[in-house]
Design a protein around this ligand. Sequence first.
Ligand SMILES: C[S@@+](CC[C@H](N)C(=O)[O-])C[C@H]1O[C@@H](n2cnc3c(N)ncnc32)[C@H](O)[C@@H]1O
Length: 207
Amino acid sequence: MDSAAWDAKYSAEDLVYGAPPNQTLVEFVTALPRGRALDLASGEGRNALWLATRGWDVTAVDFSGVALTKASRITATAPRSVRERLTWVHADVTDLAPEPIYDLVLMLYLHLPHEQRRKAVDVALAGLEPDGFLMILGHHSDNIEHGIGGPRVPEILYTPEELASDVGDRAVIHLCEKRLPTTDSGTAIDALLLAGKSGLGTGNEPG
Ligand SMILES: C[S@@+](CC[C@H](N)C(=O)[O-])C[C@H]1O[C@@H](n2cnc3c(N)ncnc32)[C@H](O)[C@@H]1O
């Protein structure tokens, strides 16, 4: 989907992905000390807002202007201290050149054809500071047949192993696994990758 198609989707519904943060993000990131986060493909900002509420400074990037307008409208009611920790950036994530300053880089439910996904992973790795964590989460290739929700387009889904291969030897893989999140309508199948440029043992890794 291009940015116009995403704009149309976000215009047609109120909160497409709901207000609460992603449950896997909450599970792994609650254990991390706050720092700087880069949220690639931030959508309506549910995860960026949760991070900012917990004291993270967040740069949230999406190429849908409608999603970003909704995100800033939603966060307008947050306390000033939270709003001041949020920066919204309207850009294509595959074109970014972030500084390597982020303690946490997120790429949640960004589904792109393989070449573009590799570019997005390159951008994510470029943004990581030496002890930072990268979290990539999205619908698993098996989700089409065995899970609920998500795109029904095999070319843009992935396995955790494919994500690990995109990362290659540029980062240490901490976790590479299938997840089975439950929703009101059933169980989905997700692919999760947690990686970092340094090995474990910093004391900052998620539990
Ligand atoms: C399924 S939504 C996920 C939003 C958010 N990560 C979440 O979990 O709520 C996918 C998002 O990716 C964005 N997106 C897709 N391709 C993009 C690209 N090349 N650059 C920036 N954003 C992109 C869309 O606009 C959309 O907001």
